[in-house]
Design a protein around this ligand. Sequence first.
Ligand code: BEZ
Length: 341
Amino acid sequence: MAELQEVQITEEKPLLPGQTPEAAKTHSVETPYGSVTFTVFGTPKPKRPAILTYHDVGLNYKSCFQPLFQFGDMQEIIQNFVRVHVDAPGMEEGAAVFPLGYQYPSLDQLADMIPCILQYLNFSTIIGVGVGAGAYILSRYALNHPDTVEGLVLINIDPNAKGWMDWAAHKLTGLTSSISEMILGHLFSQEELSGNSELIQKYRNIITHAPNLDNIELYWNSYNNRRDLNFERGGDITLKCPVMLVVGDQAPHEDAVMADSGGQPQLTQPGKLTEAFKYFLQGMGYMASSCMTRLSRSRTASLTSAASIDGNRSRSRTLSQSSESGTLSSGPPGHTMEVSC
Ligand code: BEZ
């Protein structure tokens, strides 16, 4: 009997005819740690934060976020916000390779570049959306500048420094694998990599043939040398803003991330992420239910009513909702929301 094979289905719902992507403007600013490039889409909306994204290692803002931000249903959300997509130094399209011996910024220093971007744009607050290393950088920024962060969407964050076991495994892998294979192993699960779907072929091709692979290795090294964020539940070091924690179920390093962890849900599940993001923004008072899709409206209504019965719900006593979108859990309304997809 032929073996049944699990196939990864990537959601595709591109922009509708007539929906054109907004014009983008790319800027660079000088910071104490070197120059940083970012691309702005849309215009600032009064009394609304900017959405600021930070991508993972091996990617840039386009390869990390384009499938999510150009997803059809996402337009309803993002038209209400200006977006700032940061490229880590040396990751922007056409970046020159850094000279030998160049001291690449640490993740903490990359976080310290963000105030220069916001000052240049004259933006006072953000909702951060980060993946992997980018999620770490935005969390560090939020810990240092809590008053400027209204919310955080953290996809596949690993808040801990590498332990000695991780280092040993990393060194061993480094003996037999190329940098690009190690980075692919950070981004995708072994199951996804051996499945070799079109998406994997595309990202394998992007990373192995990247003209700035030497720069990518520097960002990779900074990621591997990160220190603990030292989050403590209920302790002094906590994120003060609402957080949407996203973990995929295709984990390359399942035990490291805060929950299940996995894959690149912003590439493979843009519809599920869009829906969860809508709930999150609605909890923050930014998306009136009248501008939500019928499906989202009915789900949000049940989530909101259940949450209001027990307004003091703690994070460990979560409200969970199962749907074809995976499992959503919500802590105190508008505070912490966990999404697995
Ligand atoms: C945006 O509309 O924010 C966007 C468009 C293309 C790529 C990434 C983001």
